[in-house]
Design a protein around this ligand. Structure first.
Ligand code: SF4
Length: 311
């Protein structure tokens, strides 16, 4: 079997949409988060330290257009023909009035060689008025709306203080997809209270959502978070995966996932100075290579055990 077809990868997805190479540029547009300021909750998700989101070129005080231009300049020195997607990544990128949001999104799109937007947000922060606007925007440019799902289990969502339920996620994903907007999600594998078996079962639930793309992240304990305190007090409540163990968990998850969902990444990387554990010392591409190698060893492929698989 061709290694590229063992799972649906993001570069293949981009190649199907664009006739040139495309790079995402992360932006910190200075949004806050409704799960921190009391609108949806206080204190934020227990694992969240937002300092982990931003590369050096994106600083909150700079206007969106400037951040995007600096990001483009950074990459275009090495790849002059590359085009870009402006990625509204930090905090909750739909948490402002409609006019302000439009101004920021459109400012990013005006930068030369920017060919689309990726907007990361919470599922409880997507009003219909914004979806109406995004539906129109999606007819003019490439757009992905990416929701933090994290878990399909409401007990876990409560425990990590997400401030929304899985039903809320399902509703937002469906409404977005109904408008023909590409819809992404990210989940964290290894949250406290979830066994390997439960995590793998979640792949079937995720598969029922009309998602186009999915990011998988390992649970990372980050300094300064509530979860770091919980871990210090009750380490027995956590299972921190070793790299090889997480690779097998990820492959099991993929085997139960709908085959057409595009996998954008398998791990996230918090800055070393903020990371408590696990520290695998693997870069994203190194990890991906190990997943591919292991899938081959196991003769595994995405959707191998997906229950609704067409025979
Ligand atoms: S993870 Fe996202 S939703 Fe949760 S507190 Fe951090 S910024 Fe807010």
């Amino acid at each position: 079997m061709d290694e590229r077809v063992r799972y649906n990868d993001f570069s293949g997805f981009l190649a199907a949409h664009f006739p040139y190479k495309v790079q995402k540029i992360s932006i910190n547009a200075g949004f806050t988060c409704p799960n921190r300021d009391g609108t949806k909750g206080y204190g934020g998700c227990t694992y969240c330290n937002n300092q982990t989101f931003n590369p050096a070129y994106c600083h909150t005080e700079k206007p969106v257009g400037q951040q995007v231009r600096e990001g483009v300049a950074f990459f275009s020195r090495k790849y002059p023909k590359m085009k870009y997607l402006a990625y509204f990544q930090a905090y909750t990128n739909t948490y402002a009035g409609l006019e302000e949001l439009k101004r920021m999104y459109e400012e990013a799109l005006e930068v030369e060689n920017v060919v689309g937007l990726v907007i990361g947000t919470r599922p409880d922060c997507m009003p219909d008025s914004l979806l109406d606007y995004l539906e129109g925007l999606n007819r003019q440019t490439f757009l992905i709306v990416e929701y933090g799902i994290e878990s399909t289990d409401n007990r876990t969502l409560k425990r990590i203080n997400r401030g929304h339920t899985f039903e809320c996620t399902a509703d937002a994903v469906r409404k977005t997809a109904q408008r023909k907007i590409l819809t992404g999600g990210h989940v964290i594998l290894g949250l406290p209270g979830e066994s390997g078996r439960q995590i793998i079962a979640q792949a079937e639930t995720i598969s029922e959502l009309p998602l186009n793309t999915l990011k998988l992240h390992q649970l990372q304990l980050v300094k300064g978070t509530r979860m770091a305190h919980e871990y210090a007090e009750h380490p027995e409540e956590f299972h921190l995966y070793k790299a090889d163990e997480y690779i097998d968990l990820t492959i099991d998850y993929l085997e139960h996932l709908r085959p057409d969902i595009v996998i954008e990444r398998f791990i996230s990387q918090s800055p070393k100075e903020l990371l408590i554990a696990p520290d695998w010392g693997l870069k994203n591409y190194e990890f991906t290579e190990r997943i591919k190698k292991r899938m081959k060893e196991r003769d595994s492929w995405q959707g191998k055990h997906y229950k609704n698989r067409i025979q």
